[in-house]
Design a protein around this ligand. Structure first.
Ligand code: S3P
Length: 424
């Protein structure tokens, strides 16, 4: 296990930053490229281990992968190439891989076994298994078919209407991917709209799909290959947006960030807190923009209700912003935090306390007292976002931070530590 020492920032974050390609888009683009008849070219893919797991999974099912450059893959796809994987598919730490692959595999007439690491073994899978069973797949797993490993015998599916009980783009994505190979149409209704990458990308791949905020309908049919550049990941940009906000003297531009539906909620929260972020050079065609961030004094806010699914991954770093703000910030209606890569209510609270902030967990969120972070030693608890949030906390602190378990960051942002050095 590695550890990272983060010194307090000596100067502001300045200049231009390029963050990795979006993880949610990368997974989906790979899974769809494997189904598309012909060769897709995907540029700017996330370089983390999570996306590498999805790439390895489609390769194990017969898709051809050619690496043109770092982050650029040519994917040779098409139903005729695909076959049953010869071995168990190991998704590592990637919840998006296991849930999307469950839906993708349910539409294939063979057996797929999906397993992952100790964190994956604790993550709820009933939410994907139940609708896939209703479509006709046989899905089993530990704890009555609700925990990994998942065993999926696919094929012979029929379309369904599904109303997920939790707001989850992974569940929606799994059902829609299964629907691509089902008889009839599949409709997913969402009480609270979530990120729409599956729908937007399926349009690009030429699928028969219709969608609006709150519902998506897909009919079976072939996909066509694409050439595309994956936009920069707003969830990764969020660490630097908070860093540049709380470190005095910053003026940072982050290029080409996806700001489409369900992903930019953290910017609204930071604006409410008094952050100085401008969304520049918007490109509506691919829903990207550049973010310019200058330092600002923050004040407390309440994050709750329907805005939560659109910023759930950003809560650990928003909690760091809250710890640097004036007043007490509450995060509520966020019980899903407890079933992420770690129990992020507990691990965020522990990280903030280790850095000298006041923080308290609630069943559905946390309460954070603002002020000045002192610094200290944090355990990443195997969770990349806790590690990176703690590092930003260290930058903004008086004494700096030591983050144990830094290797967790490799799942999504291997170059993060190198970027940090621009503050020293
Ligand atoms: C993701 C959806 C969210 C998010 C995860 C990525 C996706 O999870 O937390 O990091 O790519 O669909 P849920 O679907 O469980 O909310």
């Amino acid at each position: 296990m590695t550890c990272l020492a983060v010194a307090p920032a000596r100067r502001g974050l300045r200049g231009e930053l390029v963050v990795p390609g979006d993880k949610s888009v990368s997974h989906r683009a790979l899974l769809m490229a494997a189904l598309a008849e012909g060769t897709s070219r995907l540029q700017g893919l996330s370089g983390g281990d999570d996306v590498a797991r999805s790439a390895a999974a489609i390769a194990a099912c017969g898709a051809g992968l050619e690496r043109e450059a770092p982050g650029t893959l040519r994917v040779l796809g098409g139903p005729g190439r695909l076959h049953e994987p010869a071995a168990v598919v190991d998704v590592g730490n990637s919840g998006t891989s296991i849930r999307l692959l469950a839906g993708w595999s349910a539409a294939r007439p063979w057996l797929t076994v999906l397993q992952g690491d100790a964190s994956i073994a604790r993550r709820p899978m009933g939410r994907v298994a139940e609708p896939l069973r209703r479509m006709g797949a046989a899905v089993d797993g530990r704890a009555g078919g609700t925990l990994p490993p998942l065993v999926v015998r696919g094929g012979g599916l029929v379309g369904i209407e599904h109303r997920p009980e939790v707001a989850s783009a992974q569940v929606k994505g799994a059902v829609i991917l299964a629907g691509l190979g089902a008889d009839g149409e599949t409709v997913v209704h969402e009480a609270v709209p979530t990120r729409r990458h599956t729908e937007e990308l399926l349009e690009r791949f030429g699928a028969d799909i219709e969608h609006r905020p709150g519902w998506a309908r897909v009919r079976p049919g072939p996909l066509s290959p694409v050439e595309m550049t994956i936009p920069a990941d707003p969830s990764q940009a969020a660490f630097w947006v908070v860093a540049a906000t709380v470190v005095a003297g910053s003026d940072l531009r982050i290029a080409n960030v996806y700001v489409g539906p369900g992903r930019a909620g953290f910017l609204e929260v930071l604006a409410r807190m008094g952050a100085d972020v401008t969304v520049e050079a918007e490109r509506p065609a691919d829903r990207t923009a550049d973010l310019r961030v200058r330092s600002a004094q923050l004040s407390a806010t309440t994050v709750a209700g329907e805005e939560v699914p659109g910023l759930i991954d950003e809560i650990p770093v928003l909690a760091v912003a809250a710890a640097c703000a004036e007043g007490t910030t509450t995060f509520a209606d966020a019980a899903e935090l407890r079933v992420k890569e770690s129990d992020r209510v507990e691990t965020t609270v522990a990280a903030l306390r280790a850095l000298g902030a006041q923080a308290e967990g609630r069943p559905d969120g946390l309460v954070v007292g603002g002020g000045r972070l002192v610094g200290g030693t944090v355990d990443a608890a195997g969770d990349h976002r806790i590690a990176m949030a703690a590092a930003i906390g260290g930058l903004a602190s008086v004494e700096g931070a030591t983050v144990h378990g830094w290797d967790a960051v490799a799942t999504s942002y291997p170059g993060f530590a190198e970027e940090l050095t621009r503050c020293w």
